[in-house]
Design a protein around this ligand. Structure first.
Ligand code: PSU
Ligand code: MN
Length: 313
């Protein structure tokens, strides 16, 4: 599919195209978590469980990647297996998209580039366990994830379990606040920290009613705002990691990243792997559970939004 006036090849699967055409709910998903977030074969299992969770929530999953110089919206089982097992598939954020597409290449999409793709095909909801954010030390390194900047540009609601404590969550919240991105939490008063129910930062708004959340998203766009909305859902209590344990592992991971001179684009993956090792796989297990529970909430909220749109039409 080439959208009018744009030379961007975007190829949704038949299932995604039909769902969008019929106004049924679809949830966009990133593929960077498959290639860089988790190790093989846990990543294949995670990708399938996440898609199943979106369906359980009541929506069609659309995992996004770049392959053969086209944005693929919806990945086949074979494509997921290939992305999960082949080494060297690059992480593609929104800034990298034009290079990879024009070269006919492939890559795994981050939150940022998945939002670009979702908006191009008209998917208003996206789910990911963790958002990229303002990195610790950002006041000197200026390392702020493009996920945040893209959120100010793409009209896509992002459902997530907050962001990981490897980031500076207070500064991440400040960034979203300054850039007019509504942040709303469901099921908790606090902005969650991915593995932990609370980041220690109170969320600006709490809404536990799906239909109200759907109306809030619709109202944001009806008011002419160009960007997205962040909706957080905390990890289930049985999946959460003790904050002190997570913080200890993160402190060690940050120190070893400093020693190894890791910074920039490879930092997120390095820190996540180091934290998983330091907790004996406890955080990796929590990661999978949080991916699944977030995806289910994303499916449920996308369904509420589709109902709202149908009622308003
Ligand atoms: N945060 C997580 N898990 C992840 C990522 C972030 O808790 O897997 C990945 C996502 O793909 C996100 C990307 O979009 O890292 C952000 O990377 P960076 O900070 O380099 O923008
Ligand atoms: Mn960065």
């Amino acid at each position: 599919m080439r959208s009018a006036g744009r030379a961007i090849p975007v190829v949704p699967t038949a299932e995604v195209r039909e769902a969008l055409y019929e106004g049924r709910p679809v949830v966009a998903l990133e593929s960077n978590v498959i290639t860089h977030g988790l190790a093989h074969p846990a990543n294949v299992e995670a990708a399938h469980k996440v898609e199943a969770a979106v369906r359980k929530g009541g929506a069609v999953p659309a995992t996004i990647c770049v392959d053969g110089g086209a944005i693929r919206v919806g990945m086949s089982d074979a494509e997921i297996e290939r992305f999960a097992s082949e080494p060297g598939i690059p992480k593609v954020s929104s800034r990298d998209l034009p290079i990879v597409l024009a070269r006919g290449g492939r890559g795994a999409t981050t939150v940022a580039s998945s939002l670009v793709a979702a908006e191009l095909v008209g998917i208003p909801f996206f789910a990911s366990a963790g958002l990229g954010g303002v990195h610790r030390g950002a006041p000197t390194t200026m390392d702020v994830s493009s996920d945040l900047i893209q959120l100010t540009r793409s009209k896509v609601a992002v459902v997530c379990a907050g962001a990981k404590m490897i980031l500076d969550l207070k500064l991440t919240m400040e960034y979203l606040e300054t850039h007019c991105v509504p942040v709303i939490s469901t099921g908790s008063d606090d902005f969650p920290a991915f593995y932990c129910a609370s980041s220690g930062v109170r969320s600006p708004h709490r809404v536990d009613d799906d239909d109200l959340l759907a109306r809030i998203v619709a109202t944001h766009w009806a008011a002419g705002q160009p960007g997205g909305v962040v909706i957080t859902t905390p990890p289930r209590p049985e999946d959460a990691v003790d904050p002190a344990e997570a913080e200890q592992a993160i402190a060690e991971a940050l120190a070893s990243a400093e020693r190894d001179g890791v910074r920039g684009q490879g930092l997120t993956k390095y820190l996540m792997r180091a934290v998983d090792r330091a907790t004996g796989g406890r955080t990796a297990k929590a990661n999978l559970a949080v991916l699944v529970s977030t995806a289910e909430t994303g499916g449920r909220l996308a369904a509420a939004y589709a109902r709202h749109r149908a009622a308003a039409a």
